[in-house]
Design a protein around this ligand. Structure first.
Ligand code: CMP
Length: 133
């Protein structure tokens, strides 16, 4: 079942020069890149993007981090894209993420956790609308 999902390469990964290595993993896995862009989140865009977390205690830290430098957004397509991508990125807390996953191989942080990916079709529709409209 072919579907689409969105991922965001976060400012920590961009500043560390990991864009190519991360995108390559998704291409090697067999996904097609449908759309790709570099963007700088401002506070307004970050608040809209992370709307679901706005009441969480870590919201300020989250917004502060995602606006701290350029990010890269991608829409990819392939079989079971949403679930497969969530597996490929690994657990939110990078220090707990499985080796072999993007977070498990490249990071240790929670806010600075390298990559975000949509967790459902509903999230994909919302998040891709925010980032690519
Ligand atoms: P992400 O997949 O972008 O979705 C929400 C983000 O909130 C998450 O990755 C983390 O980077 C960030 N975050 C910061 N603090 C926490 C926390 N205590 N628990 C969960 N997520 C957190």
């Amino acid at each position: 079942m072919s579907e689409r999902t969105l991922f965001i390469i976060k400012p920590d990964a961009v500043s560390r020069g990991l864009i190519g290595q991360i995108i390559q993993r998704f291409e090697s896995k067999g996904f097609t890149i449908i759309n790709l862009k570099m963007l700088q989140f401002n506070r307004e865009l970050a608040t809209k993007f992370y709307n679901v977390h706005k009441e969480k205690p870590f919201f300020e830290e989250l917004v502060s981090f995602i606006t701290s430098g350029p990010a890269v957004a991608a829409i990819i397509e392939g079989d079971h894209a949403i679930d497969a991508t969530r597996l490929m990125i690994g657990s939110t807390r990078s220090y707990e993420a499985q080796p072999g996953s993007v977070r498990g191989d490249f990071g240790l942080g929670i806010s600075a956790n390298i990559i975000h990916a949509s967790d459902s079709l509903e999230s994909f529709k919302y998040e891709s609308g925010v980032v690519f409209s």
